[in-house]
Design a binder for this molecule. Sequence first.
Ligand SMILES: O=P(O)(O)O[C@H]1O[C@H](CO)[C@@H](O)[C@H]1O
Ligand SMILES: O=c1cc[nH]c(=O)[nH]1
Length: 233
Amino acid sequence: MSTPHNSAKKGDIAETILLPGDPLRAKFIADNFLENPIQFNTVRNMFGYTGTYKGKRISVMGTGMGIPSIGIYSYELIHFYGVKNLIRIGSCGAIQDDLNLYDVIIGMGACTNSNYAHQYNLPGTYSAIASFELLEKAVSVAKEKNIPVRVGNILSSDTFYSADDTEVERWQKMNILGIEMEAYALYCNANFAKVNALTILTVSDSIVKKEETTAEEREKSFTKMMEIALELA
Ligand SMILES: O=P(O)(O)O[C@H]1O[C@H](CO)[C@@H](O)[C@H]1O
Ligand SMILES: O=c1cc[nH]c(=O)[nH]1
């Protein structure tokens, strides 16, 4: 069985999967961290691999950028491939002054400016939250590895380039730590299906301090969040 976006057969994908936006970050993880990785997807160059890490079966696959893209991939992983633990490992723009490049953030919840949750026809707004089980485990792995993490609320934005240059300040006042573009949809899909999801982010740029990393650094050097996520299988 395959889908329009994934050529994997049922059983090719592990119950736990790491989900970077960038498919080349998925390849980097397979090449550098997985034992015996086997590639299960190349459709649209959205590379996906399954291997083992410290003897445990785990997969990694790109999701592309933005809510519609991760919405498709995570839905298929959950409903067609039986994936139970979905861990996004992404980059984000920090919007608090005390966050620096390469800091690791765990998204306990995600706000959004997207309409993704309208599909559920809820009589109110939906708070998209992470799995407590994965969150607790990630925090304890980070402590064991001596990796400082900030746990809090993030923003999944539909825009990378916004027409409104005053909006960041308002999210900042609500104690949002960083802005990325996928977690909200991942959390909606996971909660709707009653499976586990978590988002771990590395600060790739500071929107407030006007500092940024390069594209190559975003692909290859965000290893602290990868080391935490790999232990969650
Ligand atoms: O580095 P990734 O995981 O792609 O995450 C962030 O980077 C992209 C924008 O540059 C968006 O996908 C955003 O969420
Ligand atoms: O979505 C994103 C990702 C990284 N940096 C940003 O400013 N936004």
